[in-house]
Each structure stands twice: as structure tokens, then as C-alpha cells.
Design a protein around this ligand. Structure first.
Ligand code: FAD
Ligand code: DHB
Length: 394
């Protein structure tokens, strides 16, 4: 078989790019390793930047978002027993939208079904080859039968554990990364949120966060050790930690049945390039941020907005967009990397530092940082500008 663009991975990046190509009449195929139910079942991110919302709206993919998304004008930062509101709308005239990645993926998939896109689920042993030649191929097996797709371009939208990045010879790509000595334990609970806007809290015991998925479902996180086992966290222990870290005089966190719980390690990761010949990486395949600041999903959408337009230009005979994609997407991404690292370091406690004085110094300097942030319009505006999102370029 042959197509124009072989997209590997049916996460937000691959599914969104598929729509950008479909709307311009560009033939494509999406190859996804997992079954459809697995793709639909992943919980993950929950906050869309203004640029992500605008992108979906511009392409008519926001019907469900308009119905179920929750517009938020700001966030709360909480520390030392006080909760401070940061009003994005007031500071930069922009907002964010709480809308689960799970809902976004479900909607993008349903729209692909409606327009009859080719998405091969359970595509095994996917392998891009010859991407530095004029006609690359992607081979895979499905139901034990081998297949080969000849194409013009390959897009690696296959996430952090994907094959595309790993298929680039080591001399052609470098990775820059750091891990953090903590992870997030996240839960979904069937209880209306106890807050109007999201709460990010620094507490001596560690970070705590109150987010939501709807007016009926709360999403909550606590900082835990990275190697912690979820089996050691009973529902009662999780609620105790949440009460302790988010607690505030005169405010009550409402509990409800926990329907999902898992632990996510935290990592910052960026590749030196998003291009190898005729193969382009997008989303988590090329970069990972720690979740504080909610940038992972938004970065994936920012990448494909740019890459989609570059592919359309390429089809019209102009290759400058493709040639510059890696450089431009990475320039945006490094700003996002810094923001995510900054938010993470401001709000998490380094329990493992052996020197008690250094530990206390670090915590007190975080309080100083938060005092500055909540007390300075300039600092708040910088946070608002970055949290609501840097510009998307198509
Ligand atoms: P993915 O969503 O990872 O999609 C990649 C797809 O490629 C997957 O469907 C995968 O099955 C498929 N694939 C992989 N390998 C192959 C292969 N060899 N062949 C074919 N297909 C393949 N971000 C936030 O902002 N907030 C959060 O709270 C948050 N929580 C997260 C929790 C977890 C557990 C994880 C893993 C991520 C979280 N993120 C969060 C990050 C956010 O979800 C990602 O940034 C986002 O999913 C990136 O989208 P993507 O399409 O690039 O990659
Ligand atoms: C959510 C996740 C985040 O990483 C974040 O910063 C805000 C919200 C969420 O899952 O709702």
C-alpha cells in the first residue's frame, strides 16, 4: 500500500494531525500499537491552553469541548496556610479550559470514524525504514500478517516509549533530560470539586493539587516518592494526605468514591532534533515535561499545528516549513521546558536532601519565591502568560 503521510501513534498528536491532513485532502494512515479501548481508557492530562482551544475551534473539532469543557479564569497557589488567586483573565486577558485528554481523544477518534479515516489499531512491530531516502516505508504486522506502507513522509507521534525516535541512529540525535526525585499519585473521585479554580499547594509534606474533570468528578494529586507502590496507598491514606496538604481553615475538601488511582514518575526530556530525513517527531516522542503546569498535551497540539501547516506547504511545493519545523518547535518547547521545571521546583519538597539545614533553606526560599509571585503583578503576569500558553504557529 502507499499513502502520503504515515502517522505512527493515535494519541492526541497523531489524531489531531490526522484531522489537519484530512481537512486539506492529504491522504494518511495512522498506525497504533494498542487496541482502541486502551487508547480510549487512558486518563492523563486535563488542562487546555487558549491556543489548544482555538486550534480545535478553528478546525471544527470543539463541539464536545464547548459542551463539556470548563473555562477557568485563573488558579490558586496555596502555601503556609494561605490560598492566593492568580487571575489570568485580569492579568493577560486569556483563560484555560479544563477538558480531559480522555474526552479529547474520544472526540477526535469519533470524528475520524465519521469521516472514514484509516486507523490501524494493534499494529505490531511498527518500523519506519529508509526515511533518508525519497520514498520511506513503514512496515508492521497486524493479526500476524506483515504489511508495508510506502509514503512521502513519516510522522512519529508515538509518545515517549515509541519506536520512531529510537530508530534514529545515535550519532544523529542527542537527548537532554533530567528526572525528579518524586512522582505524582493521581486519583479520579466521584465527587463535585471542592473548589472553583484549580489549587496548586506547597506543603512541608509535599505538593498537593486539586483539579477536576467535570462538575461531578474531581481529579486530585499528591507528591509521592518516585518508586512508591500504589498498593501502599489505601484510599484512606490518599484522602489523609490530600486533607493535610490542601487543608485550609474554613474550607473543607469533600471526599467521594475513588474510581482510578495511579502513580506517574516525573521527567524532563527533549531531543536535539525533531527531524530525521523525511521523518518528523511530534509530541511526547520528542519531549516530555513534568506535569506541573499542564504542558504535555498542549505541546503535542502546538507541534502538530505547526507540522500540519508545514506538510500542507510541502504539498504545495514549499519545503521551508518542514525544514524549519524542528528548530521552531524546539524553540517553543524549551520555553515550555523551563516553565514546567520552574513550576515543579517551586511547588515540590525535596525530602531526600540529607542535610536538614539545606532542606529547610530550600523550603524557605520556595516560600520566598511564592511570596514574590503572589505579591508582584509583574511576576503574576509572567506566570499567567506562560500558563495560559505561548502562541501557536500554524
Ligand atoms: P501519547 O499520548 O503518548 O500517544 C502516543 C501513541 O503512540 C500511544 O497511543 C501509543 O500507544 C502509540 N505508540 C507507542 N509506540 C508505538 C509503536 N511502536 N507503534 C505504534 N504506536 C505506538 N500531561 C499533562 O499536561 N497533565 C497531566 O496530568 C498528565 N498526566 C500524564 C500521566 C501519564 C501516565 C502520562 C504518560 C502522561 C501524562 N501527561 C500529562 C502528558 C500528556 O498526557 C502527554 O503529553 C500527551 O499524551 C502527549 O500526546 P502524544 O500524542 O504526543 O503521545
Ligand atoms: C491536571 C494536570 C496537571 O498537570 C495540571 O497542572 C493541572 C491539571 C489535571 O489532570 O487535571
Amino acid at each position: 500500500a502507499s499513502t502520503s503521510v504515515a502517522i505512527i501513534g493515535a494519541g492526541p498528536a497523531g489524531l489531531m494531525l490526522g484531522h489537519l491532513l484530512a481537512q486539506a485532502g492529504v491522504p494518511f494512515v495512522i498506525l497504533e500499537a494498542q487496541p482502541r479501548e486502551h487508547v480510549l481508557g487512558r486518563i492523563r492530562a486535563g488542562v487546555l491552553e487558549q491556543g489548544s482551544v482555538d486550534l480545535l475551534a478553528r478546525h471544527g473539532l470543539d463541539a464536545d469541548l464547548r459542551e463539556r469543557g470548563l473555562t477557568h479564569h485563573g488558579i490558586y497557589l496555596q502555601y503556609e496556610g494561605e490560598r492566593h488567586h492568580i487571575d489570568f483573565l485580569d492579568l493577560v486577558g486569556r483563560t484555560v479550559t479544563v477538558y480531559g485528554q480522555q474526552a479529547l481523544v474520544a472526540h477526535l477518534l469519533a470524528e475520524h470514524d465519521r469521516i472514514g479515516s484509516t486507523i490501524v489499531f494493534e499494529a505490531k512491530e511498527v518500523q519506519p525504514t529508509g526515511v533518508t531516502d525519497p520514498r520511506p516505508t513503514v512496515t508492521y504486522t497486524h493479526d500476524g500478517v506483515g504489511h508495508e506502507i510506502e509514503c512521502d513522509l513519516v510522522v512519529g507521534a508515538d509518545g515517549y516509549h515509541g519506536i520512531c525516535r529510537r530508530s534514529i541512529p545515535s550519532g544523529e540525535i542527542e537527548v537532554f533530560e533530567r528526572s525528579y526525585p518524586f512522582g505524582w499519585l493521581g486519583i479520579l473521585a466521584d465527587v463535585p470539586p471542592s473548589t472553583d479554580d484549580l489549587i496548586y499547594a506547597l506543603h512541608p509534606e509535599g505538593f498537593g493539587m486539586h483539579s477536576m474533570r467535570s462538575l461531578e468528578v474531581s481529579r486530585l494529586y499528591v507528591q509521592v516518592a518516585p518508586d512508591e507502590s500504589i498498593d501502599d496507598w489505601s484510599d484512606a491514606r490518599i484522602w489523609d494526605a490530600l486533607h493535610e496538604r490542601l487543608g485550609l481553615e474554613g474550607w473543607q475538601l469533600q471526599e467521594g468514591p475513588i474510581t482510578e488511582k495511579s502513580i506517574t514518575p516525573m521527567r524532563s526530556f527533549v531531543t536535539s532534533t525533531l527531524q530525521h530525513g523525511r521523518m518528523f517527531l511530534a509530541g511526547d516522542a520528542g519531549h516530555i515535561v513534568p506535569p506541573t503546569g499542564a504542558k504535555g498535551l498542549n505541546s503535542a497540539l502546538a507541534d502538530v499545528a505547526m507540522l500540519g501547516q508545514a506538510i500542507l506547504d510541502h504539498r504545495a511545493g514549499d519545503d521551508t516549513g518542514l525544514a524549519r519545523y524542528s528548530e521552531r518547535a524546539l524553540a517553543r518547547q524549551w520555553k515550555v521546558q523551563h516553565f514546567s521545571q520552574w513550576m515543579t521546583e517551586m511547588l515540590h519538597v525535596l525530602h531526600e536532601v540529607p542535610d536538614a539545614s539545606a532542606r529547610a533553606f530550600r523550603y524557605r526560599s520556595q516560600v520566598g519565591q511564592l511570596d514574590h509571585l503572589t505579591g508582584s503583578v509583574a511576576a503574576r503576569r509572567s506566570l499567567a502568560e506562560q500558563y495560559t500558553g505561548l502562541p501557536f504557529t500554524e
